[in-house]
Design a protein around this ligand. Structure first.
Ligand code: TXA
Ligand code: MG
Length: 355
């Protein structure tokens, strides 16, 4: 299969290009497109055969359910069995935007989309290209992140091409995405609702609307792993995920102590003739300049928006340099985005070191 790349303006995507992508989706094709979080790999959500092709293209296990993207809250009628009050409130405040709501599913949604669960995840994205595509296609679009399974999510069209060239029909290239980490997933089938995956909209922001919203469990304690019932609550949230090829060691603790520990670890690995990559903030770049390590600069350590936007691209850059190990630091901030970054780093990590 030849993968066609269509470049569009982020804010004013060309109508003909969008119409072609929409037609491809209606025919059951696989089309990658930018959302405000990461690139999604879209497919007609009610076309079972197409959904199966999507799982195959991504090499995604069938037990990992997909998010269904729609143009507006009105479009979820027919996909869900009921819209709980909390969902109405959250949707009214945060849609369109980087928030996914898990609700009881309607029978029309194929099992292939929900991985056989009795719930379905839905979201209304805010990215102009995603919106244009949803409006043109007039379909619910199931879209996981457009990466090969367990690779870092794509934040640029080039990342999609890297993983999926020849495996999908089309990539709508609308430039880099804005947020850089995936949407917040909130389960509104339970009372109080619970965050299953932290994102840019985190507990601080969401509690303005739902004051008793429950915290996400730590990924290190195995989010998505079997609960009391033995059934994973959100299978795609298994701890080891979003990982680069090289094993990543995450250092946590006091900022100065972490810098020292990073430097020591780099020196030790270099002494063993290993190629070292560092997911570095601006401060580390200066501290490690004299060592022959590959640095992926995330920018200032207090700029969470910048770190989130750069994170996955930086992991891919280090992989492309074929490093043997990646060293990274826990973000310093305590806000919603810092928590989302921390969550992704912990899932990517082979090892966490408290200094
Ligand atoms: O920002 C995003 O959410 C991006 C863009 C493309 O929208 N999509 C994305 O999709 O990250 P994906 O498939 O990589 O992650 C979807 C997550 C998975 O962790 C999955 O387990 C969870 O949502 N999920 C989907 N349906 C669910 C359900 N019915 N119940 C619980 N979790 C669900
Ligand atoms: Mg994903």
């Amino acid at each position: 299969m030849k993968t066609e790349i269509v470049r569009v303006d982020r804010d004013h995507p060309d109508a003909d290009a969008i119409a072609r992508a929409a037609a491809c989706l209606r025919r059951g094709g696989l089309v990658a497109f930018p959302t405000e979080t990461v690139y999604g790999l879209g497919v007609h959500a009610l076309d079972r055969a197409a959904v199966l092709r999507l799982f195959e293209a991504k090499q995604r296990p069938a037990n990992d359910p997909l998010i269904v993207h729609v143009a507006s809250i009105d479009a979820i009628v027919g996909l869900v069995a009921e819209v709980p009050g909390a969902a109405h409130q959250l949707a009214a405040t945060f849609w369109p935007g980087p928030l996914t709501l898990v609700m009881r599913r309607a029978p029309t949604v194929p099992d292939e989309v929900t991985a056989g669960l009795d719930t379905v995840a839905v979201r209304v994205p805010s990215h102009p290209v995603a919106r244009a595509l949803l409006e043109a296609a007039r379909l619910p679009i199931a879209a996981p992140s457009a990466n090969l399974f367990s690779r870092p999510s794509p934040t640029r069209a080039e990342h999609v091409l890297e993983d999926l060239d020849g495996r999908i029909d089309m990539i709508v290239d609308g430039g880099p995405t804005d947020v850089g980490v995936e949407s917040t997933v909130v389960d509104v089938t339970v009372d109080p609702p619970v965050i299953l995956r932290p994102g840019m909209l985190g507990i601080d922001t969401l509690r303005d609307v739902i004051p008793d919203l429950a915290q996400p469990p730590s990924p290190l304690r195995g989010v998505g792993g079997p609960g009391a019932s033995g059934q994973p609550r959100s299978p795609g949230l298994l701890a080891k995920h979003y990982a680069p090829t090289a094993p990543l060691t995450l250092f946590r603790g006091d900022a100065t102590a972490v810098t020292r520990a990073l430097r020591h670890a780099a020196q030790r690995a270099l002494a063993q003739r290993r190629r070292v990559g560092v997911l570095a903030t601006s401060g580390d770049v200066g501290m490690l300049r004299d060592l022959p390590v590959s640095l992926a600069d995330l920018g200032p350590d207090d700029n969470m928006a910048r770190i989130a936007a750069r994170l996955y691209a930086a992991l891919r850059e280090l992989d492309a340099q074929r490093v043997d190990v990646i060293l990274a630091r826990d973000p310093t901030g305590g806000d919603d985005l810092a928590r989302a970054i921390r969550d992704r780093l912990q899932r990517a990590a082979a090892e966490v070191v408290d200094v």
